[in-house]
Design a protein around this ligand. Structure first.
Ligand code: AP5
Length: 215
């Protein structure tokens, strides 16, 4: 099963992807995580993308397609891939189609997660992530436990992203509507699109994701 989680920043793609990894043995491919790893590695490419990401603009198609190609050819893929934050442009969507075809694989579904802008801003500005395992928390809806330890790995260090501020978030949203939302029509035309309401408790959204995958 290869699926895409499509939605604006803060829609809950990463949160739902982590559950799908645990429950279905899928491999999560998050271009955001890959770019953040490159950024902290201090490589030339990392330095180039750091500024772009902090502004909330898109990194070039060439770079992200290269990252995905590397992982698709290197990974076993488990029971399939979850593409989280990729593709984000029509060129990336075409490239993914070609890469999957080359590997003899197909795309089962594209799950579009819909959440309104105000809720998205509230979600990202309250986000914290476990520095050890990447578990995602939120100041109001999923606070870091009182003992200060991550529920998944017991880690005690938590990070906040440089682009999780209101200014960068407004730009990330505009970028999403301009560059990425055309993919909704693209995948609808390919018969792959399944749209769900991304508002509600994390478990409620999970039930909708499960429903969309078995539809
Ligand atoms: P990326 O890392 O992909 O970020 P994003 O798409 O902006 O998405 P987020 O990670 O912010 O949100 P999410 O949907 O995963 O939400 P989450 O589950 O964490 O990209 C970052 C940057 O990298 C881009 O701006 C760009 O510069 C670059 N980039 C990445 N991919 C690229 C590509 N393909 N091409 C070009 N450039 C690329 O949830 C958010 C918060 O909400 C958390 O605190 C969580 O606890 C909470 N939450 C989750 N679900 C719920 C719920 N149901 N109710 C209440 N709170 C919830």
């Amino acid at each position: 099963m290869n699926i895409i989680l499509l939605g604006p920043p803060g829609a809950g793609k990463g949160t739902q992807a982590r559950t799908l990894v645990e429950e279905r043995g899928l491999v999560q491919l998050s271009t955001g995580d890959m770019l953040r790893a490159a950024k902290s590695s201090g490589t030339e490419m990392g330095n180039r993308v750091a500024e772009v990401m902090a502004r909330g603009d898109l990194v070039t198609d060439e770079i992200v397609i290269g990252l995905i190609e590397e992982r698709l050819t290197a990974d076993e893929g488990g029971n399939g891939f979850i593409f989280d934050g990729f593709p984000r442009t029509l060129a990336q969507a075409d490239a993914l189609g070609e890469l999957l075809e080359k590997q003899g694989q197909t795309l089962q579904a594209v799950i579009e997660m819909r959440v309104n802008d105000d809720a998205l801003v509230a979600r990202v500005t309250g986000r914290a992530t476990c520095a050890t395992c990447g578990e995602v928390y939120h100041d109001q809806t999923r606070p870091i436990p009182e003992d200060g330890k991550c529920v998944k790995c017991g880690g005690t260090e938590f990070t906040r992203r440089a682009d999780d501020n209101e200014d960068a978030m407004r730009n990330r949203l505009l970028t999403y509507y301009r560059e990425t939302s055309p993919l909704i029509g693209y995948y609808y035309a390919h018969g792959k699109l399944r749209s769900i309401d991304g508002l509600g408790a994390i478990d409620e959204v999970k039930a909708r994701v499960d429903g969309a995958l078995s539809a």
